[in-house]
Design a protein around this ligand. Structure first.
Ligand SMILES: [Zn+2]
Length: 310
């Protein structure tokens, strides 16, 4: 009987409008606490920003897989929706397919994969897109931001580099995009490795041993079927080289995506892992520290990249 009265009173309490507001407030406070906890959980938070849905996987997928394995929070952002890179389909149909592939790749790597709805092949470094990027970096409460250098062959890659550089100071300015709270501490910004020599070549300030997760990186790239097995072979005139069999094509992908470790990357590996270990490393990803954002010393680099030296 007492129990029944309790139930009735409880129902009555929550039916009153004033109590509805009260319970909503409670929920809001609870979710705010969760959010604060997420920001203060001492996890290193990484955001990689590429132009297309597959760029981050290609340039930083191994590093992302290691971070994810260690329990750190990793997000990939594709600044365009990839709706132009295909020889047969395009527009919304292609964007939808590429979004689904990105989600599958994210699942395989253990990272969150966001795709912004900007057209592929038409990206410009506008204020509108800059604000989108500032918000993404702030919402993720990033410690590390990785993006292309602004001297790539592809205009979307180049402008993604410019857009992230343009965000590198603004993420800490409260009056810019005030609806998303500014970061209290500017993150460390880094560049993905590239092969371009002008106006200056890529400088590998740090290099990560990704040998143990190379298969995982390939598995993520394999999820981008419309790119790896259709568009890139078509535009590169090597369609006839792509095996039909699913197992065979993963092997082929691993073979063709394997990056040679250049002497300067080898030196970076020796610096961070020691000569003996560096000699055993088969696959690596290297990064250059951007002059904008927080400037880390060696101790800070080791703190942000705890896998270095291990
Ligand atoms: Zn790309």
């Amino acid at each position: 009987m007492i129990k029944a009265i309790h139930i009735i009173n409880y129902k009555y309490f929550f039916m009153k409008p004033v109590c509805k507001i009260f319970s909503c407030l409670l929920l809001l406070i609870f979710s705010m606490q969760l959010d604060t906890r997420a920001q203060n959980d001492n996890k290193i938070r990484i955001i990689m920003i590429g132009a297309h849905p597959d760029d981050c996987d290609d340039d930083g997928g191994g590093t992302a897989a290691i971070f994810a394995k260690m329990g750190y929070a990793v997000k990939f952002v594709s600044v365009t929706n990839g709706d132009a890179g295909h020889q047969v389909i395009g527009g919304a149909e292609l964007a939808k397919r590429r979004f689904a592939e990105a989600q599958e790749a994210g699942k395989r790597l253990g990272v969150v994969y966001d795709v912004l709805d900007n057209h592929d092949g038409q990206l410009m470094p506008t204020l509108e897109v800059r604000l989108q990027i500032i918000k993404k970096i702030r919402e993720w409460n990033a410690d590390i931001v990785i993006a292309p250098r602004p001297n790539d062959y592809h205009p979307d890659h180049r402008y993604t580099g410019v857009l992230v550089q343009d965000a590198a100071y603004m993420v800490a300015v409260p009056n810019i995009a005030p609806e998303t709270p500014a970061l209290k501490k500017n993150p460390v910004f880094l560049y993905f490795q590239d092969r371009f020599q002008r106006p200056n070549p890529f400088r590998p300030d740090l290099a990560i041993d990704i040998t143990s997760v190379f298969d995982k990186k390939i598995s993520a790239l394999d999820a981008h079927e419309s790119q790896m097995y259709e568009w890139l072979p078509w535009i590169g005139h090597y369609e006839d080289k792509v095996p039909k069999d699913k197992t065979e094509r993963i092997k082929w992908l691993a073979e063709t995506r394997k990056q040679e470790i250049k002497p300067e990357v080898k030196s970076a590996l020796e610096k961070w892992y020691g000569k003996e270990k560096a000699a055993t490393i088969k696959n690596a990803e290297a990064f250059e520290i951007c002059e904008y954002g927080s400037q880390p010393d060696e101790a800070m680099i080791k703190k942000l990249f705890p896998m270095l030296g291990k």
